[in-house]
Ligand binder design. Structure first.
Ligand code: B12
Length: 215
């Protein structure tokens, strides 16, 4: 099987909700030292996005969406130790706080971003999901954070991302932190409208963005 075929099989394992196959392929990726980010982006990630499309089209229902997500999480859990050890560049300066904003429980993408940042030597404080803007700002102050990263996958909760910026402005501490947004519905237009400092479409771009902003 060539690499593209393995990626397709990985995507298929998620779409067909075949946990055994997904686990087998994730272990194979580790054993064969495959490019683990591509494994997530082109392989399993492609599959979970397809599951989302099928759900959107009414072909899949919530149990299938949840089952697909659980299998995706299992595969990512297997791959994560390999991602962590793949970070080649080490730098200790830079503390990033990550959270999925209030009203949103999507965690997979944010967790991958956290893993990649750690692999590149950044300190990461991950507050989890469904986190209020107030808590994000409080923890950023307490934790002496450089960059605040706010994730959302729902169009309905994007507005809560903006609350983080509003709160920092109200407290007159906007210039103490860089704020970046992420998640599928986020665009440069939204970032500009909110007055955030940037956004990234995937984990690799997130690392690049954080490095740029830290400098
Ligand atoms: C898996 C999934 C779920 C899982 C989440 C499990 C988990 N632990 O995360 C479950 C089943 C729980 C779920 C629930 C729901 N979901 Co859902 N879900 C998805 C799905 C299929 C995949 C998301 C995913 O994991 N992608 C893979 C990862 C790797 O990609 P990613 O998240 O985009 O992350 C990357 C980038 O965005 C970026 N990034 C992410 N965060 C950050 C943060 C920063 C700071 C930066 C810089 C970058 C960055 O880097 C990441 C890595 O490359 C999407 C479909 C889709 N196309 O996205 C729907 C989707 C997001 N869900 C949707 C919906 C509607 C729901 C529900 C409301 C369904 C319901 N009726 O209950 C609930 C939401 C409940 C809530 N309050 O949050 C809709 C949203 C529609 C919309 N326009 O708002 C989508 C788009 C499906 C669809 N096509 O309609 N979901």
């Amino acid at each position: 099987m060539d690499t593209e075929e393995i990626y397709r099989e990985m995507a298929n394992s998620i779409v067909s909700l075949d946990q055994e196959k997904a686990v087998h392929l994730a272990n194979q990726a580790l054993d064969e030292s495959m490019d683990l980010l591509q494994v997530i982006e082109k392989g399993f990630g492609e599959g979970i996005r397809k599951v989302g499309d099928l759900w959107d089209e009414g072909e899949f229902f919530l149990p299938e969406l949840m089952s697909g997500a659980q299998i995706m999480e299992k595969a990512v859990d297997i791959i994560t130790p390999g991602l962590q050890s793949s970070g080649s560049e080490r730098q200790s300066s830079g503390k990033v706080l990550l959270a999925t904003i209030e009203g949103d429980i999507h965690s997979i993408g944010k967790t991958i971003v956290a893993t990649m940042l750690k692999a590149n030597g950044f300190q990461v404080v991950d507050l989890g999901t469904d986190v209020k803007a107030e808590k994000i700002v409080d923890e950023a102050i307490k934790g002496d954070i450089d960059i605040i990263g706010v994730s959302t996958l729902l169009t309905t909760t994007m507005v809560n991302q903006k609350k983080v910026i509003d709160l920092l402005n109200q407290k007159n501490i906007r210039n103490k932190f860089k704020v970046i947004f992420g998640g599928a519905p986020v665009t440069q237009g939204w970032v500009d409208e909110c007055g955030a400092d940037g956004y990234a479409e995937n984990a690799v771009e997130s690392v690049k963005l954080v490095k740029e902003l830290i400098q």
